[in-house]
Design a protein around this ligand. Structure first.
Ligand SMILES: C[S@@+](CC[C@H](N)C(=O)[O-])C[C@H]1O[C@@H](n2cnc3c(N)ncnc32)[C@H](O)[C@@H]1O
Length: 354
């Protein structure tokens, strides 16, 4: 894991793009022939592999010209031009998704960011912590390890809360179903609000941030993280490319649209400021995921709301989509266990003092 250039821990997010292009500027809704797509994907990934041998720096990562445009996917944009996240069941972590998410996806990509986000929370010296979009408790477990805090852990989807509560029983943790955009808590009741990879799912981010601010005490800390763009998160990038190439007329775009569609730090800073936060800091962090082609494909195709999008698809089903994803991961990484890069943005913001 390394922090990357320009945004070391505690560096304020002010102006400039910090090396991350504006959202969606690489693809702009273009449709590309599947052969072009797979050639571009192959050479892009080859470039990446070669580059990785020499250095893991951001400079190498940004040397993949056109990778973003090589997936034959359409981007959904709001009137303001942002990739939209609302609707389409993108926040539906329901049914069997919760168990597959917990058993396969959490150890693969959520455990490491949780540890680092908890370290950031630890600096706040909090007594009362609220966690939003807690899922099956990846971050909650790390917060409990910090010791000494009262934790209220919440999530929109009851199956996620149930899966979490069944596994993590602690007198310090209270589990509750709650929408992060409409929190059922009094003003000024927490020292920290923490949220791991949940902000991307909020249809109204400013409203969600304003709710976090409302329940924080003066000087309280809001600590959260979001995934960087999909091109910097290899496994979902490879899977999305394979599925979009298999069905270019009806592309499966959940990952690009939502979990990997909210990474523009200027936008995030602006929305936090609009909600009333100050002292905003951010840090890009690189890590790696560990999986096999089979478990990686199952995790992403069946343990996320992509599953619902596949089930609604006219030509693919869960079995065929998982098989396509497995084949592409095998072609890309070979059979057996493999490591692949992940990259995310960790952010803190403070409620102003009175
Ligand atoms: C990618 S998961 C992250 C879960 C967990 N924080 C973790 O690290 O494993 C996103 C979570 O956001 C939750 N979510 C989506 N929309 C939400 C909302 N409006 N309010 C609260 N939680 C929401 C989902 O139910 C899901 O559990």
């Amino acid at each position: 894991m390394v922090a990357v250039e320009g945004l070391g821990a505690g560096v304020p997010l002010v102006g400039g793009s910090y090396g991350t292009p504006a959202e969606g500027d690489a693809s702009d809704g273009a449709f590309v022939h599947p052969m072009q797509a797979s050639n571009a994907l192959f050479f892009s990934l080859l470039t990446y592999q070669v580059g990785r041998r020499f250095t893991r720096s951001l400079r190498v990562r940004l040397a993949y010209p056109g990778v973003g445009g090589s997936i034959p996917c359409r981007e959904w944009r709001s009137e303001a031009g942002f990739v939209t996240t609302a609707g389409r069941g993108d926040a539906s972590f329901t049914g069997s998704i919760a168990e597959i998410y917990h058993s396969l996806l959490v150890p693969m990509i959520f455990a490491e960011p949780a540890r680092l986000l908890a370290e950031s929370v630890a600096t706040a010296d909090a007594v009362d912590i609220l966690e939003t979009a807690a899922g099956t408790g990846a971050l909650t477990r790390e917060l409990v390890r910090l010791g000494g805090h009262n934790i209220v852990s919440t999530d929109l989807n009851e199956p996620m809360v149930a899966a979490a509560a069944a596994r993590l029983v602690s007198e310090r943790v209270h589990w509750q179903v709650a929408d992060a955009q409409s929190l059922p808590f009094s003003d000024r009741s927490f020292d920290v609000v923490a949220c791991q990879f949940g902000a991307m799912f909020l249809p109204d981010k400013v409203r969600g941030y304003a709710e976090a601010l409302r329940v924080l005490r003066p000087n309280g800390m809001f600590a959260f993280n979001v995934w960087d763009r999909i091109e910097n998160n290899a496994v979902p990038f490879v899977i999305t490319g394979a599925l979009c190439a298999a069905a270019p007329d009806e592309p499966l775009e959940f990952f690009r649209r939502t979990p990997y569609g909210y990474f523009d730090i200027d936008r995030i800073r602006g929305e936090l400021e609009t909600a009333g936060f100050d002292r905003i800091t951010g840090e890009y962090i690189e890590g790696s995921s560990h999986s096999t082609p089979e478990s990686g494909a199952e995790a992403f195709c069946q343990g996320t709301p992509l599953r619902g999008e596949i089930e609604r698809h006219s030509s693919l089903d869960v079995e065929s989509a998982t098989a396509i994803a497995t084949t592409e991961l095998r072609r890309r990484y070979g059979p057996g266990e493999f490591d692949a890069p992940i990259r995310w943005l960790q952010i803190t913001a403070r409620r102003p003092a009175d």
